[in-house]
Design a protein around this ligand. Structure first.
Ligand code: FES
Length: 181
């Protein structure tokens, strides 16, 4: 059977991710030595997230099994990187850096004004389900704050030297593209 493993309670646990992306996962794992499977975590997370926009707890367990590490290890990687998400949210993910250097350049006020304009809080999604606003750590554009990174189905884009007004304009453009789909 493909992707099944006996768990501690004696039941066969299906590795759903492996069953779904058998060839792709096999190709990824083949790139790493047998004793270095943990190095495949990032590409496997990418595969899992690509399908549904986030990495579920079940996916994390599947990846942990494939990489022979614990699901806590996988969860900590998902939690660390802003590009990975643990739950489904808006199709347009606006990630504002409000780490200290950006905060000194007005990132907190920018974030607050942006959230107020969209009538949501940090970490929330607009009622149409399209836009999620998040606060994140350094995105390596500290001297160009206020700034945000937008993640959409079309990739990741940086927007620097922003005001709430300019950011809303950018968000409207992303929204229009999503609504056309
Ligand atoms: S602290 Fe915000 S980009 Fe570096």
């Amino acid at each position: 059977m493909n992707g099944g493993k006996r768990s501690t309670n004696g039941r066969i646990r299906m590795n759903v991710l492996q069953n779904k992306y058998t060839k792709e996962i096999k190709d990824v794992l083949a790139k790493y030595p047998e004793d270095q499977k943990r190095a495949a975590v990032m590409p496997l997370l990418y595969i899992a997230q690509r399908g549904q926009g986030f990495v579920s707890k079940h996916d994390m367990q599947d990846i942990a099994e494939l990489c022979e590490i614990t699901s806590t290890d996988v969860a900590s990687i998902v939690g660390f990187y802003t590009l990975y998400h643990e739950k489904p949210e808006g199709k347009i993910r606006i990630q504002v850096c409000n780490d200290l250097p950006c905060a000194l350049r007005g990132a907190d006020e920018f974030l607050e004004a942006l959230c107020d304009s969209l009538d949501i809080g940090v970490g929330e999604t607009t009622p149409d389900g399209l836009v999620t606003i998040e606060a994140v750590m350094c995105l390596a554009a500290c001297d160009r704050a206020p700034m945000f990174q937008a993640q959409t189905g079309k990739g990741i884009h940086y927007h620097e030297h922003q005001t709430a007004e300019s950011a809303l304009q950018v968000i409207d453009e992303y929204r229009a593209r999503e609504e056309k789909k």
